[in-house]
Design a protein around this ligand. Sequence first.
Ligand SMILES: Nc1ncnc2c1ncn2[C@@H]1O[C@H](COP(=O)(O)OP(=O)(O)OP(=O)(O)O)[C@@H](O)[C@H]1O
Length: 291
Amino acid sequence: MTTPQTPAAAQPLLVADGLRKTYHLPGKDTLVAANDVSFTLPTGGSIGIVGESGSGKTTVARMLVGLVRPDAGTVRVDGRDRTAGRRRGRGERLARAREIQMVFQDPYLSLDPRLTARQCLATSLSLHDAAGAQGRIEELLDRVGLGSREAAARPHEMSGGQQQRLAIARALAVNPRVLVLDEAVAALDVSIQSQILRLLVDIRQDTGLALVFISHDLAVVQHVTDETVVMRRGTVVEQGPTERLLTAPENAYTRALLAAVPRRGWDPAAAVRDRGAAPAGGRRSGKAQED
Ligand SMILES: Nc1ncnc2c1ncn2[C@@H]1O[C@H](COP(=O)(O)OP(=O)(O)OP(=O)(O)O)[C@@H](O)[C@H]1O
C-alpha cells in the first residue's frame, strides 16, 4: 500500500484502498454495495469502472468524492487521506472539492434551472474565490465548446449534450486534479456521446486532468480509459489495462459484459448464454437475494 512517505514522483495521484460500504435496508437486512474495492490512478491517468446496474459503481464514485462515507478503507489524493476525520470546516470542504469533482448522469438535475450557463460558472468560481472570473468563464465555455447563445441560456433552453458540457465546465472551474464521471454519457444520443467522449479525451490531453469514468458500457469506457476495473455485486472481479480486458478478458463476467456489447457479427443469443455462465455472487444478508 502507498504511504505518505512514498516519494511524490512515485506516488499515484489517487489511491482507493479497501473501500467498503454496507447499506441498511428495511427490517434487519443489510446490503454490501461495495466490498474491498481498491485501485490506483496515476497523475493524468484515466480509469474506468464498469459493471451492470447495481454492481456498486455509483457507491464507489460517491465514496471517492466524499458524498458517502466508507465503512472501511481509504481514499487518498497525493497521499492525503480524504476519508479521515468527521467534522470539516468550509475551507477544508472546498479544498477537498478542488481535488476531486464529479459529473452526474443527468445534467438537468445537477444544474440550477434559474441560472444561465455564464451565471452557473460565475457562481462556482465565486464559491472558490477564483480570481479573474470573467476571463475564466469565457475560457471554460470555450474549453467545452459552448458559444455565446448557450452562455446566455438556462438549462431548459439547452440540449442534453450542451447541459452536460456545462456540467463538465462547472466541474473544471476549480481546476480539480481528478474528475469522476458517473454514467455521464448514458443519457445522450450515440453521436452526442462520442462528442462528449472526444471532449474528455482532449481535456485530459491538454490539462493532465485524471479521470474516473464510470459506465455500464465497456464499449464506451474503451474510448477514454487506460485501465478498467470490472465490478460485480459490490466486488472487483477483474482489473487491468482496458485494451487487455477488451481483447483477452480473464473473468467470465467480463466476458459476459463484453459479449453484451452490440457490434458487427454480434449474436444476442450468445450474449444471453455468456451472461448465464458468469458465476453468481452473494452479498445480501438477511432475506434471499433477488437479482
Ligand atoms: N442509499 C442506499 N440505500 C440502500 N441501498 C442502496 C443505496 N444506494 C445504493 N443502494 C444499493 O446498493 C447497490 C449498488 O448500487 P449502486 O448505485 O452503487 O450501483 P451501480 O452499479 O451504480 O448501479 P446503477 O448503474 O444502476 O446506478 C444496489 O443494489 C442499490 O440498490
